[in-house]
Ligand binder design. Structure first.
Ligand SMILES: NC(=O)c1ccc[n+]([C@@H]2O[C@H](COP(=O)([O-])OP(=O)(O)OC[C@H]3O[C@@H](n4cnc5c(N)ncnc54)[C@H](OP(=O)(O)O)[C@@H]3O)[C@@H](O)[C@H]2O)c1
Length: 223
């Protein structure tokens, strides 16, 4: 039976590349992001196995409705990719903007928790897979990085969820990329990782034999 993947942050970068890779690999994909025009265009490109679900990861209600719409459309949910995230315009604890920190924490931490909360009941039914986008910045210290600290949360939570989900036959993976050439940065980074490289890593974890709980994939640009 065709498997179904729910993706947050599916409107661009890593999320959009993963949607294309998963669809090419035979998955149904449910595309969640705030940019309705972009996810509708991507769903139209991918065809009938794709569903556009506009919403905001800082709203649990949006995610619960989107997961319900996904299971309704495709008959279940096999995997969820908590990928939506943002960086900071102004780094630094003294120089930074506390209001921007709140938005960062809401998206990078609460958004991951809300995605997991909304998806877990359906994932449990399917003995499914939760994937999160961490970062190289979530596994090594970067001087003063508040963004990096939100990704340390993701890495810690993913490991804890992997241990919890194993008890009922589920799996949890954190993907930890170094710099990827996406809209995350204002300037192009053509010599860094391509979003397709990260999508490959997600598909590797999803397609691994059920005996193999891929806990973490760490990928860095060679340049
Ligand atoms: N690029 C890198 O070098 C790099 C490295 C390591 C990890 N990461 C992580 O990779 C993930 C994806 O980033 P990317 O590089 O692909 O950047 P991107 O192209 O800017 O994509 C970010 C995605 O997150 C979505 N998003 C942001 N806020 C949201 C919200 N409140 N609700 C729903 N969706 C929201 C955006 O969609 P809308 O704006 O349409 O909502 C967009 O689809 C992030 O978690 C980022 O921290 C990136």
């Amino acid at each position: 039976m065709t498997k179904t993947l729910f993706i947050t942050g599916a409107s661009s970068g890593i999320g959009a590349a993963t949607a294309r890779a998963a669809a090419a690999n035979g998955w149904n994909v449910a595309l969640f992001a705030r940019s309705q025009d972009k996810i509708e265009a991507l769903a139209a490109e991918l065809g009938e196995g794709a569903l556009a679900l506009p919403g905001d990861v800082t709203r649990l209600d949006d995610l619960e409705k989107a997961v319900a719409a996904t299971t309704e459309a495709f008959g279940g949910l096999d995997a969820a990719f908590a990928n939506a995230g943002k960086g900071l315009d102004t780094p630094g604890t003294v120089e930074g903007d506390p209001e921007e920190w709140r938005r960062l924490v809401d998206i990078n931490i609460m958004g991951v928790l809300y995605t997991a909360r909304a998806a877990l009941p359906a994932l449990k039914t399917a003995k499914g897979h939760l994937v999160m986008t961490g970062s190289a910045a979530g596994r090594r210290h970067i001087p003063g990085s508040i963004y990096g600290a939100t990704k340390w949360f993701v890495h810690g939570y993913a490991g804890n969820m992997a241990d919890e989900m194993r008890d009922w036959g589920g799996r949890c993976t954190v993907i930890a990329p170094g710099m990827v050439d996406t809209a995350f940065f204002d300037e192009a980074k053509p010599d860094k990782l391509h979003p397709d490289d990260v999508a490959d890593a997600v598909l590797h974890a999803l397609n691994a034999d059920p005996r193999n709980g891929v806990r973490e994939i760490f990928l860095m640009p060679q340049s």
